[in-house]
Design a protein around this ligand. Sequence first.
Ligand code: THG
Length: 380
Amino acid sequence: MELIVGPRTRVTPFTDRATAAGITKAMVYNHTVLPIGTDDPAAEYRALTETAAIWDVGCERQVQIAGPDAHRFITYLCARDLRDLQVGVARYAPMCDHQGRLVNDPMALRIDDTTFWLSIADSDVLLWARAVAGEGGYNVEVTEPDVWPLAIQGPRAEDVVAAALGEWVRDLRFFRFERYDHSLEGRSIPMVVCRSGWSGQDGFELFLMDGDMGEQLWDLLWGAGQPFGLGVGAPNNPERIESFLLSFGGDTDSESDPDEAGIGRFVSLKSDDPGQAGHDFIGKEALRVRRTSGTQRRLVGVVIDGGPPMPLRSPRALRSRDGRPAGTLRALTRSPRFNANIGLALLDPPWSEPGTELEVTLDGADRSATTTTLPFNLDS
Ligand code: THG
């Protein structure tokens, strides 16, 4: 069966270049094509961890919030306190519903005084934001701008982006960005250049602000990157599991909250009583109650015996040694760094305690699985 891409499933300005560079596998993410790999995963991992990799992440759509109430509005939408967010700064900012369940885990960027982007994971934040804005009477416009992220990740990413865009990029700190227009053959490539990306490596994301210039931007980076060993890649499952960056909707389900998803440290639950100076946001009360009830599931690491497993197509049940249901395995990979099978599992208490011995059936055979804290720390 072939998956057909039509008007409801967008391609990105980089899709054709990524395909020409060797991408053979893709998924749909935010109603957009997301390349996920070539036929040589070992080379992709090497490029990301030893030189540099270029990824088409145009599927990380922006939801733009603009207008007089924009800052007040995103402060209410996001569980992380964004009241002091300055122009040129990005922040990882989980969003919850009124029951404290995760809605998305975007990066929030302040583009100017009254314009913000939510660079979103895979859920329909445009609908959510428009509904909350309308119901709350906020004076904001919520739109999808013509913006398409392209990621350069890896230890040589700085050299690649400096060679393509200029030495100034070396001064950008983590989660800081600059608006930049690159002149090329009498035309201009408008973008936001941010030091960020979904890997544990150094890297940049170039938020292209004109979808017609995608191939020019790709070619510029590709040419500049060859002396540094730039290779084509995609969001890298082994490396992101090793480094533990959350995959919203993959590692989590529709009931997950930030604490169980392992991103509770990005939620500001300070009281909004006078003197405490916390911010009010959707789901705050519910998250407080969940934090004190103390019986929730946890996303934890698991290390699984045996040889490299087949990719996980859907979540798998984990059992205690005496056969009781313990939770589900939601992500699985062979880790080159740890030379082991590692995964992420949503487990009920008490199975989520580190060092718990569990069982899982993979590729028709039972294997043992041992829980561990995140991020993985298996270097011995
Ligand atoms: N880039 C852009 N948009 C995105 C992603 C991205 N949207 C969806 C998805 N990825 C959002 N998820 C994450 C998860 C983690 C991080 C970034 C995006 C991340 N976290 C660091 C950490 O956990 O240590 C730092 C967070 C912080 O200090 O604020 O980088 O990748 N454009």
